[in-house]
Design a protein. Structure first.
Length: 165
């Protein structure tokens, strides 16, 4: 029986883009630039961005906004739009206490990625996304609702997971 090769589906939240130019955090910026260069070369990844991500980029101040918009032209990605299902799932994430209303956009990032059956949400947002409470909460809601499992990781985690040394 032939195995079907499935690409790994990754959803990038806005923090990943933001750290492409974040001089006050040189280590994360360097990791993000390395990650970005890797994204440009990899053909085993399907990259997803949402209208939520692009709206957040458009709220950046110049010249960072233009810089990030130019960087987006360097990678191939699929565009996802929030819809009623994403809004409902985001509300459930809030109702379950995983995140609060103040983090509605972060809930939308999660919901959109879950509904698209992404394997990973890649983020530098430790306050709302890359932390034990959110990761466990998202696992619980995906199990409860019958969605595919999704992991929330940093760009470094994805790169280090690919090392064969």
């Amino acid at each position: 029986m032939d195995k079907v090769f499935r690409k790994t589906k990754i959803y990038l939240d806005t923090s990943v883009l933001s750290y492409l130019q974040q001089e006050d955090s040189p280590e994360r910026m360097a990791s993000t630039i390395q990650f970005w260069e890797e994204l440009k070369k990899r053909d085993d990844l399907d990259i997803y961005l949402s209208d939520v991500t692009l709206a957040e980029v458009s709220e950046c101040y110049e010249p960072k906004r233009s810089f990030l918009q130019e960087k987006l032209k360097e990678i191939q990605f699929s565009f996802l739009e929030k819809d009623d299902d994403a809004e409902k799932l985001a509300k459930q994430i809030i109702d379950l206490g995983i995140l609060t209303n103040k983090s509605h956009d972060d809930c939308l990032h999660i919901a959109i990625a879950v509904l698209e059956a992404c394997n990973y949400i890649v983020s530098w947002n430790f306050k709302h996304l890359v932390n034990v409470k959110t990761i466990n909460g998202v696992r619980a809601i995906t199990n409860l609702k019958g969605f595919s499992q999704i992991d929330i990781i940093t760009p470094e985690m994805l790169l280090k997971g690919e090392d064969n040394d």
